[in-house]
Write a protein that binds this ligand. Structure first.
Ligand code: NAD
Length: 370
């Protein structure tokens, strides 16, 4: 049996508590012989700053480079509000994304039937929702140069950001979206603003050409990103996979997130290019939420986003589709049973803490395996 190497980076706040639940699932897999994982753990974010004066050490980066997948908790908190910018907790995550070349951010928006009433939209619009937003993560306006504020000398200043995409960046993110669509409902909607942006014109052309060249079996649609935002709240179930750039993806994935209820429910994956020799992609899996300093250390955190991120890891890094399906079904099952952490609590349900929710998911996973 292949041994998969996982690097666990719990980080700060509830990152530590929620990753502990993933560790228990990993232990369960190892003991039951379902799979073989070797885990290593290191510091990132404020915890790394406190010990080493940086948000992630070179040694931890080397481990991340060598791991089959990185499982990341969360970073940050008020304790580090005043540390120098270059070593702020978030710098650890940004370095991981950059050095591992994680250009594709996958954010599923799944609405569990048991939580449909927690959405800001009507139940019938969101119940059973299952869409995937594929956001380009390492290019576009967040990284383009020039990026500066210049003094115009007349009492005015000018803030400049540059939206820039090269063909290869669009081709590779489109490829990820088309490949994902093939494992789902085979539909991709590409979003840009070709009506007002040259980068949008190129985005549209390259996605169209990539589709024609290698993915013509997948259904492709184009939509202006503003219309896409509107459609996401009007009738979200029309989408399967949405592919878009860094800026629009940031916004649209947050909109989609709110369709599903709570931050504590949302997983994500960030993938790099396949290795030329092994075909394996560098990958980092993390919940969308932050370190939640207001509840950290109290055993109240919802571990579902973290556990669902691990399910994505099983699916996308290790091709363990059956186990990923079962873990996701176990999450849906405990929600059906009425268990809730405080962030998703509603009348008539049973409130549990982090570990009890983790226990219940493992127990449900076991019962589904039987
Ligand atoms: P947050 O996501 O940490 O918390 C927002 C609210 O949601 C809080 O009330 C929190 O209690 C709640 N919440 C979040 N996750 C939860 C969970 N799993 N279970 C129950 N409740 C949950 O965002 P914030 O408060 O804006 O930021 C706190 C810190 O986290 C900041 O330092 C911020 O920079 C950092 N942050 C880090 C990441 C990351 O590591 N990827 C992402 C976002 C924010």
């Amino acid at each position: 049996m292949t041994t998969y190497n996982l690097l666990l980076l719990p980080g700060d706040g509830i990152g530590v508590e929620t990753i502990a639940e993933v560790e228990r699932i990993v232990d369960f897999f190892n003991k039951s012989g379902t799979a073989k994982f070797a885990t290593d753990t290191d510091l990132v974010g404020g915890a790394a700053y406190d010990k080493h004066g940086v948000a992630i050490t070179d040694a931890a980066m080397a481990k991340a480079q060598n791991a089959d997948a990185v499982i990341f908790g969360a970073v940050g908190g008020p304790k580090w509000a005043d540390v120098p910018y270059a070593v702020r907790p978030e710098a650890g995550l940004l370095r991981l994304r950059k050095d591992l070349g994680l250009f594709a951010n996958l954010r599923p928006a799944i609405c569990y039937p048991a939580l449909a009433d927690a959405s800001s939209l009507k139940r019938e619009l969101v119940e059973g929702l299952d869409i995937m937003i594929v956001r380009e993560l390492t290019g576009g306006v967040y990284f383009g140069e020039p990026k500066e504020i210049i003094d115009l000398g007349n009492g005015q200043k000018r803030g400049i950001d540059t939206q820039v995409y090269d063909t290869y960046e669009i081709e590779r993110i489109a490829g990820v979206a088309f490949e994902l669509a093939r494992t789902r409902n085979n539909r991709v909607c590409s979003m840009e603003k070709r009506n007002v942006m040259k980068s949008g014109v190129l985005w549209n052309q390259v996605v169209t050409e990539t589709h024609k060249r290698a993915y013509s079996d997948v259904q492709l649609e184009h939509m202006l990103a503003d219309a896409g935002g509107m459609q996401l709240v009007r009738w979200p179930k029309q989408f399967d996979v949405i592919v878009t750039d860094n800026l629009f993806g940031d916004m649209l994935s947050d909109v989609a997130a709110m369709l599903t209820g709570s931050l504590g429910m949302l997983p994500s994956a960030s993938l790099g290019a396949p290795d030329a020799k092994t075909g394996k992609r560098k990958a980092l899996y993390e919940p969308v939420h932050g370190s939640a300093p207001d509840i950290a250390g109290k055993g109240l955190a919802n571990p579902i986003a973290m556990i669902a991120s691990f399910a994505m890891c099983l699916r996308y890094s290790f091709n363990m589709t059956a186990e990923a399906d079962r873990l996701e079904a176990a999450i849906a099952g405990v929600l059906e049973d009425g268990l809730r952490t405080r962030d998703i609590m509603s009348e008539g349900k049973t409130e549990v803490g982090t570990t009890r929710m983790g226990d219940a998911i493992v127990a449900k996973f076991l019962s589904l395996a039987a």
